[in-house]
Ligand binder design. Sequence first.
Ligand SMILES: [Zn+2]
Length: 66
Amino acid sequence: MKERACRHCHYITTEDRCPVCGSRDLSEEWFDLVIIINTESEIARKLRESIPNAAKVPGKYAIRVR
Ligand SMILES: [Zn+2]
């Protein structure tokens, strides 16, 4: 199944709505991803500097979403 990225929090999911923030605003056009295991890690903090809603729960996040 096609993975899509949430335009709100950048979470990557195969569902029809984002399981993290509940948004149905999902995009098939996304580029690069990071896997967040620890939401307090340095990479998670860095991700939130550019995408404030990202990396609030562990998972895969798109760096760029069109
Ligand atoms: Zn979301």
